[in-house]
Design a protein around this ligand. Structure first.
Ligand code: SF4
Ligand code: SF4
Length: 296
């Protein structure tokens, strides 16, 4: 089962919930966590993994052989992203705009273009003390597009062995929990693709409701079943309940506004370490997801 924990708004407690779900699930099944917030991954702050593997992520960018190029301009004409320009008899390539589609290489009549890999980020993977297989994507500073890193992360092979437990020896069924980036743009859509269920974390503020609406639109467009978790319940008066009722979204869990939780999370403690009394509610949420996704 693949579950995405998303929230239109940043800072609503998405990672807090994703890591708590992973810790509870790991008590009975194999768990993989993908931290898909490649611009600022932070699940590791709560799960404390030992990184054991990783790889660079690259994307292809065109390079022009000036000896062969006749400055005909065909490559710039076919580029839909304005990543090429012919200026003064030479082709300029704007790597940040290039999407690596390969059209320019294919169209060049002089075969003057070849592709070279450009490093755009990195994948890191390892194991947490509870035996959770955690992988995160890290977008290289200055790179404008996180999608290549995110796609590589989704296809990252599971680490085969932890220090003491092999994946094949773990209880099944397995669960993959994806901690989505904030917002409602392409990286969120990519994180949602291929998921079985979505948990939407929000807070009862005007911003929380506004951003929840945006991400609900995407989830509905993709036809994914979703449940809502209200974090910091009591922080505001926004009509989250009424909106969820109107959209047919079940509210699966409420986490109250508590100063002690905020302080513990700021110290890097996980939700369950700070408030173990929430374990049964998190377990119940997981079971509910499993039953409704599997139809059991
Ligand atoms: S299509 Fe080829 S020959 Fe024409 S400008 Fe581009 S690189 Fe040069
Ligand atoms: S690979 Fe595609 S996006 Fe990149 S410069 Fe060539 S045509 Fe444009």
């Amino acid at each position: 089962m693949r579950v995405v924990v998303a929230s239109g708004k940043g800072g609503t407690g998405k990672t807090t919930l994703a890591t708590a779900l992973a810790q509870v699930a790991a008590e009975t099944q194999a768990v993989r966590v993908l931290d898909c917030d490649v611009e600022a991954p932070n699940a590791a702050l709560f799960l404390h993994p030992q990184w054991s593997s990783g790889a660079e992520v690259t994307r292809p960018v065109p390079r022009v052989d000036a000896e062969r190029c006749t400055a005909c301009g065909r490559c710039a004409e076919v580029c839909r992203f304005n990543a090429l320009a012919v200026v003064g008899g030479a082709v300029l390539v704007f790597d940040d705009l290039c999407h690596g589609c390969g059209r320019c290489t294919w169209i060049c009549p002089e075969q003057a273009i070849h592709e070279e890999p450009l490093t755009v980020g990195r994948i890191e993977a390892g194991w947490t003390p509870e035996g959770i297989d955690l992988a995160q994507g890290l977008l290289r500073i200055g790179q404008p597009m996180g999608l290549p890193v995110l796609r590589a992360l989704k296809h990252w092979p599971p680490t085969t062995e932890s220090a003491s437990v092999s994946v094949s020896a773990r209880p099944s069924p397995w669960i993959e929990i994806r901690d989505a980036p904030p917002g409602a743009s392409c990286p969120v859509v990519e994180t949602l693709r291929g998921a079985d269920a979505v948990i939407l974390v929000t807070e009862p503020t005007a911003f929380g409701l506004h951003d929840l609406r945006q991400v609900v639109g995407i989830v509905q467009e993709l036809g994914l079943p979703a449940w809502v978790v209200i974090n910091r319940d009591g922080i505001g008066q926004a009509p989250i309940d009424a909106y969820c009722a109107e959209q047919g979204l079940p509210i699966a869990l409420r986490l109250p506004l508590e100063r002690r939780l905020a302080e513990a999370l700021a110290r890097g403690q996980s939700l369950l370490a700070a408030a173990p009394e929430y374990r049964p509610a998190i377990r119940h949420l997981l079971e509910r997801l499993r039953c409704e996704v599997s139809g059991a």
